[in-house]
Design a protein around this ligand. Structure first.
Ligand SMILES: NC(=O)c1ccc[n+]([C@@H]2O[C@H](COP(=O)([O-])OP(=O)(O)OC[C@H]3O[C@@H](n4cnc5c(N)ncnc54)[C@H](OP(=O)(O)O)[C@@H]3O)[C@@H](O)[C@H]2O)c1
Length: 309
């Protein structure tokens, strides 16, 4: 039984190092240099070449290197019997809260604008938004969204959340399903997307959604690029209905040099860094699952392949 690391466009050396430091006798192989395909039972994966898992007849677990699994589940040739797991990690959760809080406060206090004014040596005082004037709407109340919602609530914001199923969250008013989506949207001055990418959520940040937001609302998308209909965002900002957006994820990553988002004054672009998995922080749970698999025990953080998250 061996672990295979399978990725595209990712530096895997910190992963190999963290795994080998934690378990020096572990047999780690890196795709495509695999000695014996039939020996691979566990794959640690990020953005694998589609169809690649077909070559491993004894593969039983595909573990995402991050919180999202859309990059795995989009593969039409995923082995039927493989269990898919993801990372759930306190550091990842905390980092998402600090990023979204920073993005919201940056917008409310106009810090990006002041940087531009500084370049012109312009001493111009602007109006700003106060915590008590802003309602936060968090789409997705899973591991990340629920924590983000709580952190904003503790910072004094009025916070609403939207998910599929009802739950009680301290300091957060929870809306559920399509029936309550419009009521949720109508109050969100800052909309934060933390949904998983599924058939139901793809393209959800679109013209109709933006039209439901209050005039002057601001979007923070830290989920996936495919949630956003890019031209609808540009149009909503153009017409003045939306104030702007902070975007961390894109349909094409890296964002192409000619993309209009790069030079848009009301859009802040970051390179998918809202919350980055730190290998040393998560190899423990990955190896725990590897051991559980060998002992034929149930695994941690299994996702529903049918539901898509
Ligand atoms: N930018 C970054 O650096 C970064 C880092 C990590 C993760 N992410 C993204 O963040 C996403 C969320 O992560 P997570 O760990 O919080 O996910 P999660 O724990 O799986 O939670 C997903 C949440 O979305 C809700 N949801 C799913 N489908 C829905 C639908 N059709 N309508 C309404 N609500 C729906 C779920 O509702 P129920 O609770 O009712 O099921 C749940 O609350 C990941 O999938 C990934 O794409 C981005």
């Amino acid at each position: 039984m061996s672990i295979m690391i399978i990725t595209q466009g990712k530096d895997i050396s910190p992963w190999v190092k963290a795994l080998q430091e934690t378990r020096p006798d572990l047999n780690v192989q890196v795709y495509p240099d695999i000695r014996d395909d039939s020996d691979i039972t566990f794959a640690l994966s990020w953005n694998h070449p589609l169809g690649a898992f077909q070559g491993f007849p004894n593969l039983k677990c595909i573990a995402s290197m991050g919180a999202g699994v859309d990059h795995i589940l989009k593969d039409p040739d995923l082995p039927e019997t493989a269990v898919v797991t993801r990372v759930v990690d306190e550091n990842l959760t905390r980092d998402m809260a600090t990023f979204t809080l920073a993005a919201a406060l940056n917008y409310m206090r106009g810090l990006t604008e002041y940087k531009a004014l500084q370049h012109r040596h312009a001493w111009e005082r602007r109006e700003y938004k106060r915590v008590g004037e802003v309602t936060i709407g968090v789409m997705g109340l899973g591991v990340l969204g629920a924590h983000v919602a709580k952190v904003f609530s503790r910072a004094g914001f009025r916070v609403n959340g939207w998910a599929r199923s009802a739950r009680l969250l301290d300091g957060v008013t929870v809306y559920t399903g399509q029936n309550e989506l419009n009521t949720f949207l109508a109050q969100a001055n800052i909309l934060i997307c933390l949904l998983p990418l599924t058939k139901e959520t793809a393209g959800i940040l679109n013209k109709a959604t933006f039209a439901r937001l209050p005039k002057g609302a601001y979007l923070i998308n830290v989920a996936r690029g495919e949630h956003l209909v890019e031209e609808d965002l540009l149009e909503a900002i153009e017409t003045g209905h939306l104030a702007g957006a902070s975007l961390d994820v894109f349909r094409e990553e890296p964002l192409p040099a000619a993309h209009p988002f790069w030079r848009h004054p009301n859009i802040d672009v970051t390179p998918h860094i809202a919350s980055v998995t730190h290998p040393a922080s998560v190899v423990g749970q990955i190896l725990e699952n590897y051991d559980r698999l060998r002992k034929e025990e149930s695994l941690l953080h299994v996702v529903s392949r049918q539901r898509g998250y």
